[in-house]
Design a protein around this ligand. Structure first.
Ligand code: SF4
Length: 105
């Protein structure tokens, strides 16, 4: 038969393990939520890549905006989002550049 201190020690170990696992799991969820909300920096108008493609944050082309460009992957309703040809930065949903391609569908 096991003594009381052994059982007490075993119970503490299990409680500690469950607690630590919970903390790690919650930390992971928090990091995932933070990443989902994080955005890359905005493409600057004086960026050489932007200048090369005449990028603007406010399209002056009738019916052509980044938000309806095939290369834009931003979410509906967001002001800025990723573009396949400008990795690491986000472009304005209402922007435009000379690589604009009508979104399929
Ligand atoms: Fe906007 Fe040009 Fe990117 Fe299309 S390719 S999303 S128009 S920056």
């Amino acid at each position: 038969m096991k003594n009381d201190s052994y059982l007490q020690s075993r119970r503490s170990f299990i409680q500690g393990t469950v607690g630590a696992t919970t903390v790690v799991a919650l930390a992971g969820l928090g990091m995932r939520a933070a990443n989902a909300d994080s955005h890359a920096p905005k493409l600057k108008l004086d960026d050489p890549r932007a200048k090369a493609l005449a990028y603007t944050e406010q399209s002056e082309k009738d019916g052509q905006w980044c938000m309806n460009c095939q290369l834009y992957t931003g979410k509906d309703g967001d002001s800025y989002g990723p573009c396949a040809i400008f990795p690491g930065v986000e472009v304005a949903a209402k922007g435009w550049c000379s690589s604009w391609v009508k979104k399929a569908g």
